[in-house]
Every structure is written in C-alpha cells, then in structure tokens.
Design a protein around this ligand. Structure first.
Ligand SMILES: NC(=O)c1ccc[n+]([C@@H]2O[C@H](COP(=O)([O-])OP(=O)(O)OC[C@H]3O[C@@H](n4cnc5c(N)ncnc54)[C@H](O)[C@@H]3O)[C@@H](O)[C@H]2O)c1
Length: 401
C-alpha cells in the first residue's frame, strides 16, 4: 500500500475498551498506530515500546501532534464530547465510541465542531449493531422474503453491574449504568434493523442494588418506529441470571463467581481499580478476546436473546448464524464469524477510512450517533417522568446500507 494511503491514527484512552479494537488496527494495512494518550504513565510506556509511537499525558497534546490524522476515542463516557471537540478543532478525523455524548446538548456541540472543521466522525464505535450477524439479519429483512418487519423482542441478562467498575461507570450523571454503557449494543442493532427512525420511547428504569446505588442496572422499554413497528427491550445487568443459559449451546458460565463478586461489593471488600486494571491495555491479563476470536458460537452477551418477527415468519440467532421459521418450516443460515469477533471491527474501521481517503458517505456519522444517544437519553427520561417521550433527532439508515 502506498505510504500516503496509510491512515495515521492516535488512540485516546489506553484502558480496557481499546484492547477490543487495537488488534484490528494493528492488522489492517490501511492503518498505522502512531500515538496514544492516557492520564496514566504505565500504559503510555507499554504503548511506546509496543508501537514505537509517541505517548502523551493528555488528549489535547495527542490532538496537537501533526502526524496524527485520526483519533480513536476510548476515554470514559463523560469525556467523549469534550475529547471529540478537541480533536475536531485540531482538524483530526474521529472514531468516537458510544455514547456520542451524555446530553443532547453535548451531542449537538460535537456535531457543530465536526461540521465547522470539516472532519469526518464515525460515532457509536464498535457495538453489536455492526456485527456480521446483524448485517445478515438486515439482509433477510430487506429481501422481503418473510414479508414486512412487524416486531422485535430482546431480553439481555448479564453480570455487567458486578464487573470491576471505576466510579464514573456506576454513576449515571457521568455516563455510567447500563443505559449509557450497554444500551447502544441493543439500540444500534434495533435502529439498523428497523430503518433508524424511532418515534417514541416509554421505559421503566431500576436502581435496585445497594452495592451500586447511583447506577441504573435494569431497564424495560417499549419503542415504536415511525411506521408503527414495536420493539420490546429488556436489559438486566444485576447479575443474578445470565441469558447465556437461555440458548441450548450456552449454559450459565459461572453463577458462583457472581455470588462472590456481589458479596465482596456488599462487604466493601472489592478492590475494583486493581481488578479492572488486570484486563486493561499493557497489563499481564490484557483482554485479547475480541480481536483474536474467530469462530466461536454466537452468545447473547450484551445484546441478549432476540426474536425478529416479520409478517410471514420469525428469525432467531443460532450458534452459527440465523434460524428462520416460515411457512415452509425451519432453516439455518450460516453467517461466517457470527459469534467470533462479535462486532464487525474491520467494516467499521474501513467505513471511516473510506470516508477520509475516498470521500465515501458515512453510515454511522454524527447524526446517526446523536439519534442513538437520544434513545438512551429518552429511556432515562421516560423512566424518570413516567411518560412516553417523543423523539426529535432520529435519522434513517442511509441508502445502500
Ligand atoms: N464493546 C464496547 O462497545 C466497549 C467495551 C468496553 C469499553 N467501551 C468504552 O470504552 C470507554 C472506556 O471504558 P473502559 O471500560 O475502557 O474504561 P477504562 O477506565 O479501562 O479506560 C479508560 C482509559 O482512559 C483513561 N483516561 C481517563 N481519563 C482520561 C483523560 N481525561 N484523558 C485521557 N485518558 C483518560 C484511563 O486512565 C483509562 O486508561 C467507554 O466509553 C466505554 O463505553 C466500549
């Protein structure tokens, strides 16, 4: 590849989240990792020795590096908007992980900065809405072979609230809790499958657990698309039950471990910072599960078990793809890497790359990211106000996707 075609990227936030996309960035010939930023020195030292790149103690300094063309932002949620605006003002292109901001005003300021500075923004980075399975499902729906889409039902039960968490991850005012952190996996998928335009949200949210008093651990939401298609959506991250047990090839991975984690949290004996650090970039136990995994079976994880209903059939996830139930019977559609990477990392990186180098239109642009953040915001608001919230910032899936 010609050297001027290679995109030079900087990574903001060398914690856990970046370990999910770094293997992809390392592998793709179109990308060169040249700089990183974090407020902790240790990951910067590892970063410099691993990539030969430059390490900075602030996102501002990273964005001022003239060699950096695009910034991958994986800092805590409360910094997303601020970091994205800094990058835009330095003329850098941006991949911003979900959520785009934690208020509609923050999202709007990011949009304005991106437009004012003429840079490209891919928002929503790396949710299950970009997975090979979701793409395959959309193809079946769009083909019309089962008739029009009529309903989507999703249930996720996870141990998210029991995992080691930094204070901001369990403080909703800083973008913590399952609505800000986990709902995008479901919402990006649903919006893609249903065409993007959610009309309204009625939701109930729950903070039941004394070990995490400031974080929403449960939500149940009823969404309606503009065309009337309903979505019923549940996420329970409190960690008593795991929806992996709802698929025949799954089973509950380790219920006793969750009991121990909760007991330690309740007793105030959990050292969460040390535990979280074990899986972060540069630590001996650095998470390598996403980039390396290829063909393991699909599991519900943060998306949950879901059934898509069309007029003439239902579709569910199987271990290796989709199972379709229609008027002829039941059949399997094998989807390569259905469960492996879990997320379509390459397609997302290349979506941004092609937008920058070939001026191709982005699907997951700032307006799309703001629309997903609006549904997250509406779930919280509807739970608080106990009424239906009408949405104003929705955008459709662009033609060709
Ligand atoms: N699959 C996914 O979509 C997924 C998975 C995990 C994390 N994430 C996202 O990644 C982001 C970070 O979460 P995490 O779990 O990796 O947390 P983390 O704490 O492990 O990582 C955040 C990193 O940012 C650094 N940091 C904090 N403040 C900073 C600042 N002001 N400037 C520069 N660096 C700063 C921290 O030191 C840390 O290394 C969140 O937005 C989260 O939603 C997404």
């Amino acid at each position: 590849m010609a050297s001027d075609a290679v995109l030079k990227v900087g990574i903001a936030g060398l914690g856990f989240g970046c370990t999910e996309f770094l293997p992809t960035l390392e592998r793709l010939a179109q990308i060169e990792i040249v700089a990183g930023a974090d407020v902790r020195q240790h990951p910067l030292d590892v970063f410099e020795s691993r990539y030969g790149g430059r390490g900075y103690l602030s996102v501002e300094e990273l964005c001022a590096d003239p060699d950096v063309e695009a910034v991958w932002i994986s800092t805590p949620n409360q910094f997303h908007a601020e970091n994205a605006i800094t990058a835009a003002e330095h003329g850098k292109h941006i991949l911003l992980r979900k959520p785009m901001g934690i208020t509609m005003e923050e999202c709007q300021r990011v949009l304005d900065a991106v437009e004012r500075n003429g840079v490209k923004l891919l928002a929503g980075g790396q949710t299950q809405g970009t997975s090979p399975l979701t793409h395959a499902l959309r193809k079946v729906i769009a083909s019309g072979e089962l008739g029009p889409l009529r309903a989507i039902n999703i249930w996720a039960y996870t141990g998210w609230m029991l995992q080691p968490r930094m204070p901001q991850e369990v403080d909703e005012s800083l973008g913590g809790g399952v609505v800000w952190r986990q709902a995008p996996h479901q919402l990006e998928t649903i919006r893609y499958l249903g065409g993007g335009m959610v009309r309204s949200v009625r939701a109930t949210t729950g903070r039941w657990r004394p070990e995490r008093p400031n974080a929403t651990g449960y939500y149940a939401a009823h969404l309606e698309f503009e065309d009337g298609t309903p979505v019923s959506l549940v996420y329970n991250g409190n960690g008593y039950f795991d929806s992996a047990a709802l698929v025949s090839w799954g089973g509950d991975p380790n219920p006793d471990r969750r009991v121990k984690l909760r007991a330690a949290l309740l007793a105030g004996e959990a050292d969460e910072e040390t535990a979280k650090d074990r899986a972060r970039f540069g630590s001996p136990g650095e998470n390598a599960s996403v980039g390396g995994a290829a063909d393991r079976p699909w599991m519900p994880s943060n998306l949950g078990v879901y059934i898509v209903s069309c007029e003439n059939g239902d579709i569910r996830m199987s271990s290796a793809g989709l199972t379709i139930y229609d008027n002829e019977g039941m059949r399997e559609v094998v989807v390569p890497q259905a469960g492996g990477a879990g997320m379509a990392l390459d397609s997302e990186v290349l979506e941004l790359y092609d937008a920058i180098r070939a001026d191709k239109p982005l699907f997951h642009d700032g307006r799309w990211g703001m629309a997903t953040a609006e549904v997250q915001w509406a779930i919280i608001e509807s739970g608080r106000q106990r009424r239906e919230i009408m949405l104003e910032h929705q955008v459709p899936v662009p033609p060709g996707f």
